[in-house]
Ligand binder design. Structure first.
Ligand SMILES: *[C@@H]1O[C@H](CO)[C@@H](O)[C@H](O)[C@H]1NC(C)=O
Ligand SMILES: *[C@@H]1O[C@H](CO)[C@@H](O)[C@H](O)[C@H]1NC(C)=O
Length: 427
C-alpha cells in the first residue's frame, strides 16, 4: 500500500519536474500576437525543424529560459516553429534560422550577436530594461563601467539632447548600454566644459560627443561603439560594416596560437594603442580566431597567421604588399591603404558579385558531391534540365512577354557570406 503511494508521489513529483522544466520555454504559434498580454516582454527563437543549428541552440535556449526565470526576470522565453506558424514568423520578418528577437512595448528587436548563452542573456537584460538607465550614485557608475566594455552616458538635466539620445537608444539598445547621470555621479576627474553632454566610455577612456565635429548623434554612436582593439567574431565583424571604418585584423588559428600568431596579435595591439590618435578615426583593430569568415570574403583560403584590412562597407579588402616583421611595416601598410598605394581587392562591383555567386554555389555543392555524389548530380542536374526545358518552351512559344520573376529576393553578398559562416560555425 505504502509502496504504491510512494510510486504515485514519485510520479507526481516527476511530472511536476517535467512540466516546470518545459515551462521555461513556451512554444508559440500563430495565435501569439492576439493572446499575449500587451505589457509582456518576450524573447523568442524562431526555428525550423530541418535546421541543425536550431537544434544545437535548443539546450542553450532551455538554460536561458531557466536562468531568466530563476533571476526573476520579467522576460518570457518562447520559441516558434516558423514552418508551422508562418504568420508569426512573417510578423517578425524572420529570414534566417535560428532568428532571435525580443518584443517589448510592441517594438521588435533583432539579436545581432553570436549564439552564445552569455551574449543572448546580456541582450535580454539590455533590451528588457529602460532604454536609458539612470545611474543615481558614483558607486552605481563604477559598477556599470566595470561591467561594460563600451557604454554611452548622458550627463546633465533633461534636454533636447537627451531626447535625441533616447531616440538613438531605441535602435542601438540591441548593441550597447545607455545610461544617464548627474554631474555629481560621474568622476570629478572627467573634464566636462559643457552640459548636457553625451560621453562614450571605452578602452579605459572616454569621448565627448560634439555635434559640430561629430555630426548626427546616432551615426556617431554607430561609428564609435566598438572597442579600439578586441577579439572579433564573424557576427561582430559583419556588424562593424555600419561603423564605416576599416578593420585591421590579425588572422589567427582557431586554437593553440603559434609563436608567430602571438607576435602578430601583439603587433596589432601595439599599433592600435600607440597610434590611436593617427588611425582610430579610420580604423578599428582586432584579431580573429579562425579564418572561415575571411575565406568567404576573399573567396579563397586565407593564410594563417596573416594581416588583412577589411572594408566592410563594400566587401573589399587589402593584403600587405610585402612581409610584415615590424611595427613600421604595419604602419606603412595602413598608410598605403589610406593613400591608395596598396591595391584594393574584392568589393561589390558587378564582376565581384558574379564571382561570389559562382563561389557560393561551389562551396555549397562541393561537400554535397563529396558526401553524396548522386544527390549532388540530382541537385545540379534537375534545375539544369528544368531550365533547359523552360528555355526550349520559351523559344518555341515566342513571342511571349517575360513573366515577372518569382519570389527570389537577391540577398546581399555579405548576408550570404554571413549565413554561410553561421552554418559553418555550427557544423
Ligand atoms: C537633436 O536632433 C535633431 C534632429 O536630428 C537636431 O537637429 C538637433 O540639433 C539635435 N539636438 C541636440 C541638442 O543635439
Ligand atoms: C570602403 O568602402 C566605401 C564604400 O564603398 C568607400 O567609399 C571607401 O572609399 C572604401 N575605403 C577604402 C579605403 O577603400
Amino acid at each position: 500500500m505504502s509502496v504504491r503511494r510512494n510510486t504515485v508521489l514519485l510520479s507526481v513529483l516527476l511530472l511536476t519536474l517535467v512540466l516546470s522544466g518545459s515551462a521555461f520555454v513556451e512554444e508559440l504559434d500563430d495565435t501569439f500576437m492576439e493572446t499575449k498580454e500587451p505589457d509582456d516582454i518576450w524573447l523568442i527563437q524562431f526555428y525550423a525543424p530541418w535546421c541543425s543549428f536550431c537544434k544545437q541552440l535548443d539546450p542553450v535556449w532551455h538554460q536561458i529560459g531557466s536562468e531568466l526565470r530563476s533571476l526573476g526576470s520579467p522576460v518570457h522565453v518562447g520559441k516558434s516553429d516558423a514552418t508551422a506558424s508562418p504568420a508569426l514568423a512573417k510578423e517578425f520578418k524572420v529570414r534566417n534560422y535560428p532568428a532571435i528577437l525580443m518584443l517589448k512595448n510592441g517594438v521588435k528587436y533583432n539579436y545581432p550577436g553570436s549564439r552564445t548563452k552569455d551574449g543572448i542573456l546580456d541582450f535580454a537584460d539590455r533590451v528588457s530594461g529602460p532604454l536609458v538607465r539612470s545611474l543615481s550614485s558614483p558607486r552605481l557608475f563604477q559598477h556599470a563601467i566595470s561591467r561594460h566594455d563600451v557604454m554611452v552616458v548622458y550627463v546633465g538635466a533633461t534636454s533636447e539632447l537627451k531626447a535625441n539620445l533616447t531616440a538613438a537608444a531605441e535602435e542601438l539598445i540591441v548593441h550597447t548600454y545607455f545610461f544617464s547621470a548627474s554631474r555629481e555621479v560621474v568622476p570629478k576627474e572627467l573634464t566636462l566644459t559643457f552640459l548636457p553632454a553625451v560621453l562614450l566610455f571605452k578602452d579605459g577612456t572616454y569621448f565627448i560627443y560634439d555635434e559640430e565635429q561629430d555630426g548626427d548623434l546616432k551615426s556617431w554612436i554607430k561609428r564609435e561603439r566598438f572597442p579600439n582593439f578586441f577579439l572579433v567574431d564573424s557576427y561582430t565583424l559583419y556588424a562593424m560594416g555600419e561603423s564605416g571604418k576599416l578593420v585591421l585584423l590579425a588572422l589567427l588559428e582557431d586554437r593553440h596560437l603559434c609563436e608567430d600568431s602571438l607576435r602578430y596579435k601583439r603587433l596589432v595591439e601595439k599599433v592600435a594603442t600607440e597610434h590611436k590618435e593617427t588611425y582610430s578615426r579610420k580604423f578599428y583593430f582586432g584579431f580573429m580566431e579562425g579564418s572561415g569568415y575571411i575565406d568567404g570574403l576573399i573567396m579563397g583560403e586565407a593564410a594563417v597567421p596573416s594581416f588583412i584590412v577589411v572594408n566592410l562597407s563594400n566587401d573589399g579588402y587589402f593584403l600587405p604588399p610585402g612581409p610584415i616583421e615590424t611595427e613600421a611595416h604595419l604602419l606603412h601598410f595602413l598608410d598605403g591603404v589610406l593613400d591608395g598605394s596598396v591595391e584594393g581587392l574584392g568589393g561589390n562591383g558587378f564582376t565581384q558579385r558574379l564571382r561570389r555567386g559562382v563561389y557560393d554555389i561551389r562551396t555549397t555543392l562541393t561537400p554535397v558531391f563529396r558526401d553524396a555524389p548522386v544527390l549532388g548530380c540530382f541537385l545540379v542536374g534537375f534545375p539544369l534540365t528544368v531550365g533547359f526545358i523552360f528555355c526550349y518552351l520559351c523559344i518555341k512559344n515566342r513571342p511571349t512577354s517575360a513573366e515577372e520573376e518569382e519570389d527570389a529576393p537577391l540577398r546581399a553578398p555579405s548576408l550570404q557570406r554571413k549565413k554561410r559562416q553561421i552554418d559553418k560555425k555550427s557544423d
